[in-house]
Design a protein around this ligand. Structure first.
Ligand SMILES: O=C(O)CCC(=O)C(=O)O
Ligand SMILES: [Fe+2]
Length: 402
């Protein structure tokens, strides 16, 4: 059991007090999900021409149709140098950390090591009930399996829209050509905000699937508790008091969800589910379909597979923790590859700073052998740079390097 968890500083955040013992619960299996074709799907499928649906309000982007096998049209085929080169991917071991352990000091050490060396680790015995994870995955799957005409109502490329479905893309500039070419990623994503204790975010969510609002608010509460615990352990891993990182992220953190749907793909060598990126926020907790591979991380200049083991959630460091830790924790470079036979869903819950948070390396972590690596900035500045680099290979924290 984890004993020394400090109370979160944010009034809006959930408290860990009173959760003693929950970490001892052993977590049952995270299920693999199946993708039944609903009768509605069949009706609408017959109304479609071709396999790729052109969204009515999104001129430029061909969104994938999750209800049947989309075709690998040229807009998904990446230039040769950007393809995943699957033959060279390694099967190194990504750390698996048991949060149910009694030894807090050991846990702090293990987590710090994983954050420094990998920027990503799996957690088991994390306390989020299995049934809730299952319900979350199946509610999101139902959402993606709605008829395209229904989903089209949510489709938007406008980053200011709180609730939306979109198709990520990469802009690639060709030599001698002023105009960059857009390549679509082999996925559909559903985004919205969340909150660990104020359920009103759910009022903006679609009323279908009917259970989504209820499930996501329950899941958000659990993830809020888990993230507070992780931030406390990560803070201690830097030799700081448990509440420092959470305090630096501000009173009104930006909580965002991104659910990703990756249909089977006829040639995974030619495209990516999500392009190479780091997460722009502080912390990500990801719930993937178990037993279907997809996520890969870069370590020592090599891509390695993140094994989707049952029961586990994936935790990864985002850009803001790399900056706050003065480069000690790594915001891990990652990507998602597709596979020929199985669909995959993942749900990323992001914890980002308050827009007004002043982010920069924590002073105690700046010293002679460790000079300050980043200049301080308000998070809203970071977001602006992020937006200006939209669709490109982002280099945002590099922009703030000293
Ligand atoms: O699907 C995954 O495994 C990763 C998703 C991801 O990287 C993201 O949503 O930022
Ligand atoms: Fe990511």
């Amino acid at each position: 059991m984890i004993k020394s968890i400090s109370s979160p500083v944010c009034n809006n955040c959930v408290s860990l007090n009173g959760t003693n013992g929950r970490w001892r619960k052993s977590l049952p299996m995270t299920p693999s999900i199946s993708f039944p074709k609903s009768s509605i799907t069949k009706i609408f499928a017959s109304a479609m021409s071709g396999n790729v649906f052109k969204w009515a309000n999104s001129e430029d982007s061909d969104c994938l149709l999750s209800t049947h096998s989309p075709m690998l049209t040229p807009n998904f085929v990446l230039p040769v140098e950007r393809r995943p080169n699957l033959a060279e991917v390694l099967r190194d071991k990504v750390p698996i950390i048991d949060l149910g352990k009694n030894d807090t000091n050991g846990l702090v050490e293990e987590i710090a090591k994983a954050c420094e060396e990998y920027g990503l680790f799996l957690i088991v015995n994390h306390g989020v009930p299995l049934e809730l994870c299952e319900n979350m995955l199946s509610a999101v799957t139902d959402l993606f399996y709605q008829p395209p005409q229904i989903k089209a109502l949510l489709v938007s490329d406008d980053p200011d829209k709180d609730v939306r479905i979109c198709n990520h893309y990469r802009k690639v500039e060709e030599k001698g050509d002023q105009k960059s070419k857009r390549f679509s990623m082999w996925s559909e994503v559903f985004k919205h905000s969340w909150h660990p204790s104020d359920d009103s975010f759910a009022d903006l969510l679609p009323s279908n699937p009917p259970n989504y609002r209820r499930v996501v608010t329950a899941y958000a509460r659990e993830i809020g508790i888990l993230m507070s615990q992780l931030l406390s352990l990560m803070s201690q891993g830097l030799g700081l008091k448990g509440d420092v990182l959470q305090h630096r992220l501000g009173k009104n953190p930006l909580f965002r969800v991104q659910a990703n749907y990756y249909p089977p793909c006829s040639n995974p060598n030619l495209t990516l589910g999500l392009g190479v990126h780091t997460d722009r926020d502080a912390l990500t907790v990801l719930l993937p379909t178990s037993n279907v591979e997809g996520l890969q991380i870069m370590k020592d200049d090599k891509w390695i597979v993140v094994d989707p083991i049952p029961n586990a959630l994936v935790v990864n460091i985002g850009d803001q923790l790399q900056v706050l830790s003065n480069g000690r924790y790594k915001s891990v470079l990652h990507r998602v590859v597709t596979n020929e036979h199985q669909s995959r869903v993942s749900i990323a819950m992001f914890y980002g700073p308050d827009k007004d948070a002043y982010i920069g390396p924590v002073e105690d972590l700046i010293n002679n052998p460790h000079p300050q690596l980043y200049r301080n900035y308000f998070f809203r500045e970071f977001l602006e740079v992020y937006r200006n680099q939209e669709g490109k290979n982002r280099k945002i924290k590099e922009y703030f390097e000293i």
